[in-house]
Design a protein around this ligand. Structure first.
Ligand code: CA
Length: 600
């Protein structure tokens, strides 16, 4: 029993808030926060659990408690007793059962639907404003909070699944208790708590379960590089070197080429790694072993407690890169096959490939990342379809990117996309042309890689980065009570939007069961005269994709040029029109058109 003299003394936080039996790594380091807790001793009274070490920092209000949880420990409540002289505090620490369901992972059979929780659907207007949260709802402000939430996503899981995708990636939804611009979720103020304006941790757990029940997977967006300036640590940092500190605000130079540049000046590399991402985003010091362990355990906790299927790691090249490599390895060691895609935003294939799994780099670096974001291919799609074709421009851009795939040990692991929440939407970028959208979608769903698809693309939502990021993340129509247009039901959609929706769904559903697109080899031909032709093939099947980039001219496809890929086939089933090409020796493809032929 705690004496009244100690009423001011209590344990404010223990993180992770719970842990699991049966982990391969039997070590666990608790961050314990409370007034003067650093001067306490700790014992564990629980079979199979013992305290192995206490780590103190310069701040007396923190105590790091290393535990060993042996393989014989069973789920229960671990009694931790903190003592200092006659003072005694007890914390009952939940030890939960090891998650039985192994993560399903992601591969080329998947298509990922990316959505921003604040902007998809408002399933519960009662949580739009929460007393304890600083920023209130303001739907008229493109950079404000609009009220979307986890319930909105849960309510519309059927819609997402019916589109033909197999998984969803949610932009971050943990607490962002910032005064402004908090809707995007990348300024986390509590790494163990869902933002109450989106729902509760249990709501998220239920969303994961519901997704799994409908055979959908879920990717969680995480950030190891930075936190939000409103994070509770910022009022009482665990140690001086918990974050990178400067005498005046110092921003990263965003030049993450310093990670692999053999000639990089140390000052440039330091600024890239240690500068703050924004003035509201303090940069964590991943070189502090306590920070490293905290971040690794945090990721493991979300995987084990919630059963998520993948992580999209934000700003992968910005933190200390060797720590990130250990972070990725810790996760896949603990959960083999677990999917992680690192956001590596580079213009160049070579720099992207530096981060690829099993890539042999001259400096010996190995990221341990199962997958990387393929920005070079995405940027190529933004230009390939709306410029004249020549040696380097037009469809040659796609060919030139893919011909550099020798840089990747396995380019099929790359996550590929037309756009995402940080980019001008493809439809806007390419002049709002449905014919171009259809060509580009046909490409992205049939070339190599794991396609990712940004919410609203199916109804060709617009979004121009020049107007501000808020415009890239528009409210999904029908997600809010009273919306006059409803994409979930189709009510109020324009002819163009309906056309895009039908086309998108048709291709996604076709791809879902098309094994040759998932695992088949790729063979492509050098683009000529605005025509790019490639094949996806295996022992049993072959799919021929023809992209005719010409504005006005139909082209004749001559079988002779593609003889090595077309030998033995006489007819083709046109996936988009449903018609059959009866004579493959010579047939025509219309201008600004993609034709996808299953060869027979
Ligand atoms: Ca809401």
């Amino acid at each position: 029993m705690i004496s009244t003299a100690l009423s001011a003394q209590k344990i404010e936080r223990v993180e992770p808030p719970s842990w699991f039996t049966g982990m391969k790594d039997t070590g666990l380091q608790l961050m314990v926060y409370g007034k003067e807790i650093g001067s306490f001793d700790v014992i564990a009274d629980y079979p199979g659990v013992k305290v192995t070490k206490l780590v103190k920092t310069g701040n007396p209000n923190y105590l790091f408690v290393n535990l060993d949880i042996s393989s014989s420990a069973v789920p229960g409540s671990v009694k931790l007793t903190f003592t200092q002289g006659k003072q005694k505090l007890v914390h009952n620490y939940p030890l939960l059962g090891h998650p039985a369901e192994p993560a399903k992972g992601f591969n080329t059979s998947d298509v990922i639907y990316l959505l921003m929780p604040d902007r998809f659907a408002n399933g519960d207007p009662s949580n739009d404003n929460v007393d304890a949260m600083l920023e209130k709802v303001s739907r008229a402000n493109p950079n404000g909070r609009h009220g979307g939430d986890l319930k909105g996503i849960s309510d519309h899981l059927d819609y997402i699944k019916d589109l033909g995708v197999t998984g969803i990636w949610l932009n971050p939804f943990l607490e962002n208790n910032q005064t402004a611009y908090s809707y995007h979720g990348y300024s986390i103020t509590d790494l163990y708590c869902v933002d109450p304006r989106y729902g509760s941790n249990e709501d998220f757990k239920n969303l994961v379960s519901k997704a799994h029940d409908t055979d959908m997977k879920l990717i969680m967006d995480m950030i190891c590089n930075h936190i939000g300036s409103g994070h509770w640590w910022m009022k009482d940092l665990p140690s001086e070197d918990w974050i990178h500190q400067f005498s005046t605000f110092t921003r990263t130079n965003y030049r993450v080429s310093t990670n692999m540049d053999p000639y990089a000046a140390k000052s440039d590399a330091d600024l890239s790694e240690k500068g703050w991402f924004d003035n509201t985003m303090p940069d964590l010091n991943q070189s502090n072993p306590l920070v490293e362990t905290y971040l690794i355990q945090n990721s493991l906790w979300w995987i084990a407690y919630f059963g998520i299927d993948g992580i999209r790691m934000d700003t992968y090249p910005y933190p200390e890169k060797n720590m990130m490599s250990r972070w990725a390895k810790s996760i896949t060691d603990e959960f083999p096959g677990f999917f992680i895609v690192g956001e590596v935003w580079y213009q160049q294939e070579a720099m992207t490939a530096y981060w690829a799994l099993d890539k042999v780099n001259s400096d010996g670096y190995q990221s341990n990342l199962p997958s990387v974001t393929d920005f070079p291919l995405s940027l190529a799609t933004h230009r390939a379809f709306n410029e004249p074709d020549n040696w380097t421009d037009g469809l040659a851009r796609l060919y030139n990117i893919l011909s550099q795939d020798f840089l990747y040990p396995d380019p099929f692991r790359n996550v590929i996309f037309l756009d995402n929440h940080d980019m001008t939407r493809f439809f806007t970028e390419t002049g709002m042309r449905l014919d171009i959208y259809k060509m580009a979608l046909s490409f992205i769903l049939t070339t190599r890689g794991i396609p990712q698809f940004y919410y609203g693309t199916e109804i060709v939502m617009e979004g121009d980065k020049n107007r501000g990021d808020g415009y890239l993340r528009g409210d999904f129509p029908g997600g809010w009570p009273g919306d006059n247009k409803n994409a979930f039901t189709g009510n109020g959609l324009t002819t163009t939007e309906k056309d895009a929706f039908d086309f998108t769904g048709k291709l996604l559903k076709w791809r879902k069961d098309k094994e040759v697109i998932h695992t088949g080899k790729l063979k492509h031909y050098i683009p000529e005269n605005g025509l790019y032709v490639y094949f996806r093939y295996n022992k049993n099947e072959s799919v021929m994709v023809i992209l005719n980039n010409n504005e006005k001219n139909s082209v004749t496809i001559n079988k002779d040029r593609y003889a090595e890929a077309m030998a033995g086939f006489t007819k083709g089933y046109d996936v988009i029109t449903g018609k059959t090409v009866d004579d493959l020796t010579s047939f025509r493809v219309g201008p600004k058109t993609a034709m996808i032929l299953e060869l027979k």
